[in-house]
Design a protein around this ligand. Sequence first.
Ligand code: ARG
Length: 587
Amino acid sequence: MLTITQQLTERLGKAIQKIQNSNIPEDYSATVTAATDTRFGDYQTNAAMALAKNLSMPPRELAAEIIKLLEVEDLCETPEIAGPGFINFRVKENTIVSRINEIRKCSRLGVENTHSPKKILIDFSSPNIAKPMHIGHIRSTIIGDCLVRVCRFLGHEVIADNHIGDWGTPIGQVIYGWKNHLDQEAFNEDPIKELLRLYQMIKEKFESDQEVNKACLEETVKLQSGDKESLELWNQFKDITMSGSQKIYDRLGIMFDTSLGESFYDSRLGPLVEDLLCNKIAKESDGAVCVFSNNELEPKNDPLLVKRDGNWIPVPCIIRKKDGGFNYATTDIATIDYRVNEIEAETILYVVDDRQSLHFRQLFEVARQRKINADLKHVSFGKILGDDRKPFKTREGSVPDLSTVLQEAVDRARKVVEEKSNNLSEEEKENVAEKIGIGAIKYAELSQSRVSDYVFSWDKMLSLQGNTAPYMINAFVRTRSIFRKLGNNLPEISEELSISADAERAIAIKLCQYGEIVPEILTDHRPNILATYLYELAQAFHSFYEQCPVLSTEGITKNTRLALCQTTSAVLQHGLGLLGIFPPEKM
Ligand code: ARG
């Protein structure tokens, strides 16, 4: 089943072939996209503008030529030229109707499986031991989970990997803190809070106090060399941290396929470094082992070089420190080997904040030098800001703990529910508040462009108006209420549809585009493409709902409107599901 874009693209390709001009680049592929301004059409192409130079023709003239050659009468009205040379397509009613009927019959709602399924490993969430997950982890967790859902739905084989930070110096610091500064009572009351206190206290001393620094490093070495007591403590810290994280994952509905953690790779680090030395990928420098630039890349694209005072100087990737210890990069290199050779991942996505971008660029460069055969991508994201546009903090000035944030979202959603939904039972209200609260947090995240910082605003994310979870959920609930009203009297909805009112057409065209939008998310791993689409669909539905009575009409009009409501309902529910949001039936 071809999408409208695919059909138009095919026709456009044929028309351009007919031009038979050797100046058209061989690799040129015509593209048709949904119109940016729907007043002028439903779809558009910039083919004439893209080719005008090659053919030495003014773009508008070329557009007219292409239109003459286009055979699209069965799909759309005569295409029109706009602006500097765009060609606009306005789809005919019968094209929309047959596409809607295809979508209605299809459990995938018109979304095709990918033609090139891959084994994709997604590294996301990845909190650190002895620290509770904080608001900074939320972005990775929510974006990563959404990408897992989308990749899987499109037919890729996906491994969701929680790469827990459970090894290295921070653990040595907590062990030292535990041995010297534990407040047993505080620990009994709230273990994770006490571990965090120890970690923060020692981290500070670690920088300023030589003695503490040395003692912590000794603890780290002891742990890494398999000391029994250290391992026991480590296990205990790990259990405490992960049971806290698990509660959050359960509440968010997030699952992983594997969570080996950094510690899993420890025994591989020594041999790995030896191997890299042997293969001349790494070399000794000042007692440390490093990977340097091999000058194959242009310096400005080489993450192992930096420009200082007009000269390119090396910034090597250190894989064994002077003291013999390994670091974050070493573990990540070993992790790539395992994922590529043993799990056989073809693509690895790292959903990690943009402060780590140099680390990943260096890591990928090391992989390139080693000719690792996998597609590695850092799916990076910015910070969460407070209303003051500074990194989001609690009123007391600390970084908010994630479970508290989730609870606050649900408490606030409860207020929205109290105002809006007076005919729900207590139990229903609680359930709806949970879904709206968690949905609001996720939607606030996923509706943003992931690369930018975003302002965390309770009022905005819980508003019933605008691009928010409550607005989307409200649209879905409206679709459901229509069918609830019909109860057992739901007529059989036939394929005989007549799409005449503007509001009907607007929503129908949107529904036809679901199959075009979903694969696009993976082009640059941007969930907000889907969120924006769903928002536009919900808007189109709200106007349709206001302008087009459904239940009080008859005949083909009623049949059409019921079909549109049913399909909207299904697409909203499915699309929100890909975002990890599960709307209630009522609110
Ligand atoms: N644990 C790290 C942190 O909290 C994130 C790990 C990301 N994944 C990786 N393979 N480096 O900063």
